[in-house]
Design a protein around this ligand. Structure first.
Ligand code: FAD
Length: 483
């Protein structure tokens, strides 16, 4: 009898799961396991939305496995626990899906080596992305560093086998039959409830509902609506992609079907959305091929850029107290929901790096702590894009103007009013540059500097100083290189 372990990691679902399918297909008996990784959890604060989200996903997985008479073995341990379990259950192989983060790659290499000593195979499969590692290369046989040619090559190479369905349903009888065990409580793991337990996102199959809504409705206006933070115009699937609660192949398969049969706006919307999925793959391959981005800038010339580390400015940015309402509302959205709209990720990142001139790594780290959808590849890519230190980054002289962004993307002030309720009765016109309307704001009982901050930095001055700083730095760097 061939017996194997299936190790769930960032693929917390039974359906259309590549490695899970192969594990069930190749073996007679499969033992599903999940390890809450102590190495990671030990470093987290006791209130962590992500841990609670994972805990609920595990609860949902257990319930699904229980329905077919099986259960998930859940450990709170080091990843090496998988080796102990493999030996204990005398399996011939451990199956899992690939993880492309540098620490995870190291972890998997270690596990593989240790298992090999006992003649246990370690089999890993691509599941998180459509194209991984070095699958998309330029004509010189090198990974792309610019998105548009990468996207074109991605689309040209796409074949139905890249988004095939892995049907696991009929194979579930191969799962080991065991008595259900209760999942260790969040509190026993050392964590406190964060309030997401009653939110739809923790419900089983929530991702499928979001995706169905997206296809039926949002896709039609996606291209236009995705720019406006007060409109619920995007899919909100990022957290589900991060933890694999929906298959990326399923969404690509179905969005292409929609794109094929749909006309006009639906087609345009699906196509634009597919580009975002390609951005996701793009940053995964950057992280895999250029892992130095985790600790340093993608462009080496920025390695010694004189970023500031001003704790007072940084704290004001984190807490949404810069005096620029759209920036502050966005940071409050992050702090309360663990999510920020994409345009506002770009705006707040630009504000921190180009107006406050603060090290992008500080902002990247703050997002990493707060985002429910935190993904090293996309977060690092987004931050380095904003700071102009990354691959295919925006040029250093492109600086988001918070007033113009506010007038254009939150013209009616609906987003600002939602997260800064002090402004709820104030006409939108006064919200984009409130310091210009101090007298008018008094009529609504708001004194700037007391009830809401005055701008913590002057935009025009700060912008000028940033441009000088980048110009001087790049001149000096190129001089040093020429010397
Ligand atoms: C500074 C900064 C930090 C970011 N940090 C993260 C992060 O930690 N995790 C994360 O998933 N995304 C991150 N993004 C990308 C993007 O903001 C989010 O993926 C998006 O807002 C999630 O909302 P959605 O699922 O409704 O997106 P939709 O608009 O519905 O897009 C669909 C999917 O495409 C992917 N996607 C969209 N935009 C991008 C992008 N620019 N880069 C990579 N993938 C993208 C996501 O998986 C997303 O779920 C960051 C962007 C910036 C500028």
């Amino acid at each position: 009898m061939k017996k194997a372990i299936f190790w769930f990691r960032r693929d917390l679902r039974l359906e259309d799961n590549c490695a899970f399918y192969h594990c069930l297909h190749d073996n007679d008996l499969v033992i599903p396991i999940f390890i809450f990784d102590q190495n990671i959890l030990e470093k987290l604060p006791p209130k962590d939305k992500r841990v609670e989200f994972i805990w609920h996903c595990i609860q949902n997985l257990k319930a699904e496995l229980n329905k077919v008479g099986s259960d998930l073995i859940v450990a709170y341990d080091r990843p090496s626990k998988v080796i102990e379990l493999a030996k204990m259950h005398q399996v011939t192989a451990v199956y899992c899906n690939e993880d492309y983060e540098p620490d995870a790659i190291q972890r998997d290499q270690f596990v593989q080596q240790e298992l090999r000593r006992d003649n246990i195979e370690f089999k890993s499969y691509k599941d998180t992305v459509i194209f991984a590692k070095r699958e998309i290369l330029n004509q010189q046989g090198e990974p792309y560093h610019v998105f548009t040619p990468y996207k074109n090559a991605w689309r040209a190479k796409l074949h139905s086998s890249n988004f095939q369905h892995y049907p696991t349903e009929d194979l579930l009888e191969k799962l080991v039959k065991v008595q259900n065990t209760e999942l260790t409580s969040l509190e026993s793991l050392g964590f406190e409830k964060t309030g997401i337990a009653d939110k739809p996102i923790v419900r089983d199959h929530h991702a499928h509902k979001l995706f169905a809504d997206f296809k039926a409705d949002k896709a039609q206006q996606y291209k236009e609506n995705r720019e406006f933070p007060s409109i619920s115009g995007t899919s909100f699937l990022s957290t589900h992609f991060r933890f694999g609660t929906i298959s990326i192949r399923k969404v690509v398969r179905e969005i292409l079907e929609l794109s094929d049969v749909a006309m006009g706006r639906f087609r345009e919307g699906s196509d634009t959305w597919l580009n975002e999925i390609i951005w996701r793959d793009f940053y995964f391959q950057i992280l895999f091929n250029d892992p130095h981005v985790v600790h340093s800038s993608f462009k080496p010339q920025y390695q010694n850029f004189p970023w500031l580390h001003d704790e007072i400015l940084f704290k004001a940015w984190c807490e949404g107290r810069t005096g620029y309402p759209l920036v502050d509302a966005a940071m409050i959205q992050l702090n309360t929901l663990g999510y920020i709209h994409n345009r506002l990720r770009m705006l707040t990142a630009s504000f921190l790096t180009k107006i406050m001139l603060i090290d992008y790594k500080m902002g990247e780290q703050y997002f990493a702590e707060k985002l429910l959808d935190f993904d090293l590849a996309a977060n690092n890519g987004g931050w380095q894009w904003s700071a102009s230190t990354g691959c295919d980054a925006q040029p250093y002289f492109r600086i988001f103007n918070p007033m113009t962004q506010s007038k254009k993307f939150d013209a009616d002030g609906l987003f600002i009013k939602k997260y800064l309720p002090i402004f709820k009765d104030v006409p939108a016109k006064l919200l984009h540059e409130p310091w210009k309307y101090q007298k008018e704001l008094q009529a609504y009982g708001i004194t700037l500097g007391k009830d809401y901050p005055l701008p913590i930095v002057d935009y025009a001055e700060a912008r000028r100083a940033t441009l000088v700083c980048f110009d001087d730095f790049l001149k000096n760097t190129s001089k040093i290189q020429l010397d």
